[in-house]
Design a protein around this ligand. Structure first.
Ligand code: CP
Length: 359
């Protein structure tokens, strides 16, 4: 189904799976809104493309090739919720691929402050830019804007860079890329045990990554959190529907030795319903400390979407299994690959890679 053939209320009422299906036409993203719109084949292709871009960027000639790739395109970075990594890695991805950018990082500096609706603001962005990368606090807002633009005369793609507590699809893409790279010599992601730790109730990165991991065979998931921050039913329903095996526990130390990848998350108190709500929960038993390194398998990896607070001691940073800095950098490569795909220049990258022997 196309977004142009369905009214907003009817679209809004669709299941997540059906909404995700509306985002892809002929195997290509119309918009990037949901983790659920990615098949395994597309995840593998995107990872391979990110690697080709990463290799190309290492040389002057490759860098020149990439700078020309999307030189005719411009991206609007609309980030009204705080961000360091997602904003800067999209900005870096645009610079690498030659895209110009504009940005709004605070709606009080745009005409929204004068009462302009976001619908009108986004239509304005679409007059000047070829895609809109969007981070907002409101769940479902990116969907609404995708529907609005698809039904306008400038139907440019929306890329969801984090929406409410529900989705962070490009973070999940970089997480999958990190897992692909880390387990390349170990049979890939299939059959691995993934341990999620921390504030799983309000974690959009966990929500999106758990969904993408259902695309792999035999992945087991363990959700480690205090009961009040445990993962919610919508995630577990999706895992049940996909036949994924999972466990819920509050015993962090018992989960460490079995893990192939541990995905730490911070307490996301920006979603507290009342001041100090999160501060009353003792999460110190869910922090990865230096002494936990001896419990971790030699070939396991430790991930974190960042920013961190106390969840991982800085003393752990130099251990080769600490993958979070590389994970963060992978975000720039996967976002560059995503842009190349969005504008149908991925074949150009593959052809360049083949010519240079990195294909
Ligand atoms: N991982 C992530 O989304 O980080 P930022 O909030 O800094 O963008």
């Amino acid at each position: 189904m196309k977004l142009t053939s369905i009214g907003w209320d009817a679209f809004k009422a669709l299941s997540l799976k059906d909404k995700a299906a509306c985002m892809v036409e002929d195997g290509r993203d119309r918009h990037v809104l949901f983790a659920q719109q990615y098949t395994r084949a597309r995840l593998e292709a995107l990872g391979a493309l990110a690697t080709q871009i990463r290799f190309a960027a290492k040389t002057k000639s490759g860098s020149d090739f990439l700078k020309d790739l999307l030189a005719d395109k411009r991206a609007m970075l609309y980030f009204t919720q705080p961000s360091t990594r997602t904003f800067l890695s999209f900005s870096g991805a645009c610079q690498i691929t030659g895209m110009g950018t504009g940005d709004v990082r605070d709606s009080t500096t745009s005409s929204e402050f004068k009462g302009e609706s976001l619908e009108d603001s986004v239509r304005t962005f679409s007059s000047y830019f070829d895609c809109i990368v969007m981070r907002t606090r409101e769940q479902g807002l990116a969907e609404r804007m995708a529907w609005v633009l698809s039904n306008s005369e400038r139907p440019v793609p929306i890329v969801n860079a984090g929406s409410g507590k529900d989705q962070h699809p490009t973070q999940a893409l970089l997480d999958i890329y990190t897992l692909q790279r880390s387990f390349k010599g170990q049979g890939g992601i299939d059959g691995k045990r993934m341990v999620f730790v921390g504030d799983l109730k309000r974690g959009r990165t966990v929500r999106s990554l758990a969904s993408l991991l259902t695309r792999y065979d035999g992945v087991r998931m363990v959700f480690v959190a205090p009961p009040s921050l445990q993962v919610e039913k919508d995630v577990l329903d999706e895992l049940d529907a996909a036949g994924v095996t999972y466990d819920l526990t509050d015993d962090f130390e018992a989960a460490i030795p079995e893990a192939d990848a541990i995905y730490m998350t911070r307490v996301q108190d920006e979603w507290d319903r009342e001041k100090g709500e999160s501060a009353r929960i003792d999460v110190s038993a869910f922090w990865f400390q230096k002494q936990h390194l001896r419990l971790l398998k030699p070939d396991a990896i430790l991930m974190h979407p960042l920013p961190r607070r106390n969840e991982i001691s800085p003393e752990v940073d130099h251990d080769p299994r600490a993958m979070y800095w590389r994970q963060m950098r992978n975000g720039m490569w996967i976002r560059a690959a995503l842009m190349a795909c969005l504008f149908q220049r991925d074949q150009d990258v593959r052809a360049y890679g083949e010519k240079m022997g990195t294909g």
